[in-house]
Design a protein around this ligand. Structure first.
Ligand code: UDP
Ligand code: MG
Length: 318
């Protein structure tokens, strides 16, 4: 069966770039439907993320010009992740597959061919992965790549060099909808949904117009959000730190006692040092233990689904 595709595009203050890239998305949609890969009634959906410029006017005009363009607007700016999620959730009951992509033309729309082809081969999720970052400055490339490494080392599994350009089937989206958390980091959550997935590679180019909304400061905030919303590893590290401090303290205590016995100290120094060493170890371990429970509570309050079924013998595959 030919799938109906909705391309989901978050837009925030993008009046310069939308008139350039919107026709490109539409052309791609028409090309894919002409090739019989997707249905003719597929759509390009813009999600206005509370823009302060003419973005929403442009979107409404586009939707009047061509029925293939549709748009939704968030009541206020909520950030890129929430805008993408809003679009995906809106689209999930209207189509068979979605592709989320930025509206600035940085992600190569031709990678969609490979994504749709992978879907036809049975993949439910297809990640768009940047093969090169030649057009990014050294600083952007270095910080962005460190971002992925930091995330992974802190226990938040993300696909290296994959941003939010990906195909997700509506079936996988129905499962993603069961993730009830409010702090969302899609790059970490989508892999948790599972199902058959693959990656397609593309080259990332420069912005068609306008400027980035993700300076270093916002990227760090996103990394911190990603780590703390997906992993409780930082809490676990407190316990490890506590144990290390306790061991060092133990050595410190022996040293203080030996110094005192040898009479090389003023009176009271050894006892004070022992107490400080002992208590700092105990305190850090205690904080870590409490943290372990808070971590468990944190994971519980997310109310994530406990299992996701991918196949049933009595249900026919698509
Ligand atoms: N965006 C959004 N809400 C925001 C910030 C950005 O919807 O608060 C959109 C923006 O319009 C673009 C995408 O998210 O389509 C990526 O933003 P940008 O290109 O500025 O980030 P970069 O590619 O530099 O990381
Ligand atoms: Mg961009």
């Amino acid at each position: 069966m030919t799938p109906r595709l909705i391309i989901v595009i978050p837009c925030y203050n993008e009046q310069e770039v939308l008139p350039i890239t919107a026709p490109q998305f539409l052309a791609k949609l028409k090309e894919l439907s002409a090739a019989g890969q997707i249905t003719e009634d597929s759509r390009v959906m813009f999600v206005d993320d509370g823009s302060k410029d003419a973005t929403w006017d442009i979107i409404t005009k586009l939707s009047e010009q061509d029925e293939h363009y549709i748009g939704i607007a968030q009541s206020r700016n909520r950030g890129h992740q929430n805008a993408v999620l809003a679009g995906l959730m809106e689209a999930k009951d209207m189509c068979d597959i979605t592709i989320s992509i930025d509206c600035d033309g940085q992600d190569d729309i031709n990678a969609m061919d490979g994504m749709v082809a992978a879907y036809h081969e049975g993949c439910e999720i297809v990640y768009g992965v940047r093969s090169k970052r030649d057009t990014d400055t050294f600083f952007k490339r270095f910080t962005a790549e460190s971002f992925y490494k930091l995330m992974n080392s802190m226990g938040a599994e993300v696909v290296f060099n994959h941003a939010d350009y990906r195909l997700i089937s509506s079936r996988a989206l129905q499962e993603l909808a069961k993730f009830k958390e409010v702090n969302i980091f899609l790059r970490g959550m989508v892999p948790l949904v599972g199902f058959k997935s693959t990656s397609v590679y593309y080259e990332r180019s420069e912005r068609a117009a306008g400027k980035s909304h993700y300076p270093f400061r916002k990227m760090m905030a996103l990394a911190l959000d990603g780590i703390t919303s997906l992993s409780i590893k930082p809490i676990k590290m407190i316990i490890a730190l506590g144990i290390i401090v306790a061991v060092i303290s133990f050595i410190g205590i022996i040293w203080a006692v030996v110094e005192a016995i040898l009479g090389r100290t003023v009176s009271g120094w050894a006892s004070t040092t022992c107490i400080i060493c002992f208590l700092s170890g105990v305190q850090l371990i205690s904080v870590g233990v409490i943290g372990e429970y808070i971590g468990k509570i944190y994971m519980e309050v997310k109310q994530r689904p406990r299992y996701i079924i991918s196949e049933r013998t009595w249900e026919k595959k698509k």
